[in-house]
Design a protein around this ligand. Sequence first.
Ligand code: NAP
Length: 460
Amino acid sequence: MSYKSVNPFDNELVRSFDEISDKELEQKLVQAAACYSEWKAKSYSDRAKIVNRAAALMHERVGELADIMTLEMGKRIGEAKAEVQFSSEILTYYANNAERFLADVPLHPSHGEGHMESSPIGVVFCVEPWNFPYYQLARVAGPHLMAGNTLVVKHASCVPQCAIAFEKLWLNAGAPPGLYTNLIISHEQSDNIIDDRRIKGVALTGSIEAGRVIAAAAGKNLKPSSMELGGSDAFIVLEDADMAQTIKWAVWGRMYNCGQTCCAAKRFIVVDGVADAFLAAFKVALGALVAGNPMDVQTTMGPLSSEAALVKLLAQVDDAVKHGARVELGGRRVDCPGAFMQPTILTHVEPGNPAFRDEFFGPVAMFFRVKDEAAAIALANDSDFGLGGSVFTKDVERGKRVASRVDTGMMFINNISWADADLPFGGIKDSGFGRELGDMGIQAFVNKKLVRYVVADAPV
Ligand code: NAP
């Protein structure tokens, strides 16, 4: 049984789940494909009725859904509730806007008339991570179901109860069987699903390693895919930044979700004139966080998602130090039961240190001192990742200039990468391809069909 709910606050096993058999998997695929043939013919308003009902149920069940999340992956309860609310809003956003986003687009060819229409493509397979157990699911369910596709979804093996609770929402919302199907399956079964002729598209949010495997399998089968992968976002501080606000954003940007966010601020790049002041204040603010029970609203720092995640992060820090990094703060596990990591700051991370190019998926900040704005941009771009990033300056025009020169999919001025239902989210380079959310998020798995009408004699 490889799907396990383990509470990272005390590392106790809560429940485990068997993977389904190949026969059960086949039944679920048959059902998803049969459902597609009906669902694709439904009007947007009929689809919206189900999606809006699921959104309303999420809203009603905030407490229950948040408790499951906090239990399974340790997110602080306040953040967990906010995630459930946001997930509900994403569903509502697509229920309200899908028809407009996918409306026919008139074309003006030199001869005759034409338009582009958007139609669903079939059953889409989604593979999702544990770090935002409901938001990641809503980010695919809202757009792709409203577009007329049906979904089969493999969630991460450490959040099976969240996965089951989300599927139940759809059933309780009156969704036809096969519209949204949770799959408790192995990686091998996942490979077989991508090969299956009934699957018409593949969406992954996860690590680079999973991205390479899943994008290759989709490519081999000539299936469209979207890849939302890791990141190591730069947090650039210029000499004219409002330091008090910047420190607050730095703490939130690194510590939100206990640092386990793809678009978290991970590399703090500070110009020389304010570097000492920034580092001193950042250290005090991070050092003030106290490990505690994530179910308690007063807790300022929860555990990581699992003991395995903690062990991996500690090994990364040790390796960075072996290669010359210095620990300015923290660096060890917290001395208590559970998967707690001290808030950590690493300095002197030079190119050649594996840490320089790695993603730290937890409360570990890398601090870099640079000469000036140009050096900050050069360092921000010296990364294999290209997800998001931020720049802090009182001069917004200067912030926009810097933002334009950083090679990422998203840049934020005087705040840090965060998602909104109506803004496109995604990256470039090793951070993947495609965009989720906003108008772009619904376009990934639709057929953009040209229809042309001309009155003309056939050429002889
Ligand atoms: P992960 O190990 O890649 O897991 C993500 C999902 O992929 C899980 O469901 C996992 O299933 C599955 N998976 C992994 N390898 C697979 C394979 N060979 N075949 C089929 N499924 C496979 O990633 P993670 O460590 O849980 O999540 C953190 C990563 O996701 C970070 O790099 C983070 O930056 C990235 N992320 C990106 C975004 C974004 O929008 N760009 C958002 C959130 C997270 P199992 O659990 O069964 O292995």
